[in-house]
Design a protein around this ligand. Structure first.
Ligand SMILES: *Cc1c(COP(=O)(O)O)cnc(C)c1O
Length: 447
């Protein structure tokens, strides 16, 4: 963006001034409207989520065959929902948070195959493409047992095709591992911040990893270019993919039963607050989209981003979406939070979130390690630092003026006592022990 435009933008959007100074902020979305009014403005609907859910069900026998660790759930890749009362006490004592309702953790950190939320969108997109290719070429009917796709002649068919993706790490792992399982050639274009252990793990699955000195956008750009040059190659577009988005959205439907199991009521009297770390926006956007379809106005969704890489917040608060980057306002886009080091948000997701999202929190990197140690000490659950960004939500919700404003605006003063809060833990189980040890010993000064 041009310098003068940015100056003007900052004048019009006061929160940008604080964000430029890398201060933690809380933003309430002024464009949120009732779900009944928002519902029809989106190109996607509940029927699309149901279609995605049915597709994942069709693939379950195949997934079970390729990944025996999914047998217990019949080939369905789903994570547990865990109540974390000790962490709730820790938050209230250590951060003076006054959180009143129950606190639950959605452990996508422990999703099978990819160990992160990317096991939802990334794997779904690979499977959808696989179904399309196989059906179009007459080797599969949707009424077949999809376990047949694991047979050698099918794998030979898929080996003619290539899948490519740009990634900061976790998306590459989910696309890479699943694509390799189907039999595709896979190329993952990794940005400079991607961790060595992730590259090593992918290479051990036979994936080609191309490394870039630049950030995520550059890796995506090159990946797309290489893929476009090859007619047998398919590029997974994290910024615009409806498929990825719908893969994430299926999470909401599966949450219904899990909440019932925990005897959590969600309705006008019993609000549900959900906090999700945000990178380019696909994962938190898809999950939020699904949750709004399922729970409507009873669910309040907030994204959390690092202070140096709040791309979605820059895009949504200015209304410029993907026409502005965090670098445009002088931030580095660099963060310890893997998967969140994104400078420019998805324009598609920003548009869908405009009438649905409640707001956003930003968080300093140092706190990610504090929250990580807190949840490890109190609940014995390991999460990667980026996943811990979500704790900024419950920590701040009932002890800051901005969020009190939200509670008042939505007439939740009485209801907040019987609210439930879900921290969406987006990754962690694949982090090797020596890296965990490093994380446990990382302390950053306040910025
Ligand atoms: C990718 C990722 C996110 C955010 O997802 P986006 O689709 O990039 O917004 C959050 N947490 C972790 C651990 C991730 O890998």
């Amino acid at each position: 963006m041009k310098k003068e435009c940015i100056k003007e933008m900052i004048g019009k959007t006061p929160i940008l001034k604080k964000m430029q100074a890398a201060e933690e902020v809380i933003w309430l979305n002024p464009d949120k409207i009732s779900f009944a009014d928002a519902k029809n403005s989106c190109e996607l609907a509940m029927a699309d989520i149901e279609d995605a859910e049915a597709r994942l069900q069709r693939f379950a026998p195949f997934i079970m065959k390729c990944f025996p660790e999914t047998e217990a759930r019949g080939g369905i890749i789903e994570s547990v929902l865990t109540e974390i009362p000790n962490m709730r006490n820790r938050i209230n004592e250590k951060y003076n948070s006054h959180l009143q309702g129950r606190l639950l953790l959605k452990q996508d950190s422990h999703l099978a195959i990819a160990g992160s939320v990317k096991a939802r969108g990334g794997i779904y997109e690979v499977l959808k493409h696989t179904e399309e290719l196989a059906v179009a070429n007459g080797i599969l009917k949707v009424t077949d047992d999809y376990a047949k796709l694991a047979e050698p002649e099918c794998r030979k068919f898929f080996a003619q095709y290539t899948i490519q993706v740009g990634s900061t790490g976790n998306l590459g792992m989910s696309i890479g591992i699943m694509s390799a399982a189907v039999g595709y050639q896979v190329i993952v274009h990794m940005s400079a911040d991607a961790k060595q252990w992730k590259k090593d793990l992918l290479r051990s699955h036979g994936v080609t990893v191309i490394e870039y000195q630049a950030d995520y956008s550059e890796a995506v750009k090159n990946g797309r270019k290489q893929s476009d040059e090859n007619p047998m190659s398919y590029f997974v577009d994290d910024e615009n993919s409806r498929n990825l988005f719908l893969g994430y959205a299926v999470a909401a439907k599966r949450l219904i039963g899990q909440l019932e199991e925990k005897q959590v009521q969600v309705d006008a009297e019993h609000p549900l607050f959900v906090y999700i770390p945000c990178g380019v926006g696909g994962a938190p956007g898809g999950i939020t989209f699904g949750l709004k379809q399922v729970f409507g106005d009873a669910v309040h969704c907030f994204f959390v981003e690092p202070v140096q890489a709040p791309c979605m917040l820059v895009g949504m608060s200015t209304g410029l979406h993907n026409a502005i980057s965090v670098q445009d306002i002088g931030l580095t886009g660099l963060t310890h939070a893997d998967g969140l080091a994104v400078g420019r948000p998805s324009g598609f997701v920003g548009g869908v979130m405009k009438p649905l999202l409640s707001g956003e929190f930003t968080v300093q990197d140092g706190k990610l390690y504090d929250y990580m140690r807190d949840v490890l000490e109190t609940e014995d659950i390991f999460l990667e630092p980026s996943a811990c960004a979500a704790f900024q939500g419950p920590v701040k919700l009932e002890n800051s003026p901005r969020t009190q404003e939200y509670i008042a605006q939505n007439a939740l003063e009485e209801k907040i006592r019987q609210a439930t809060h879900i921290v969406w833990a987006t990754g962690g189980s694949l982090v090797p022990e020596e890296i965990r040890e490093e994380y446990r010993n990382t302390y950053l000064p306040e910025e």
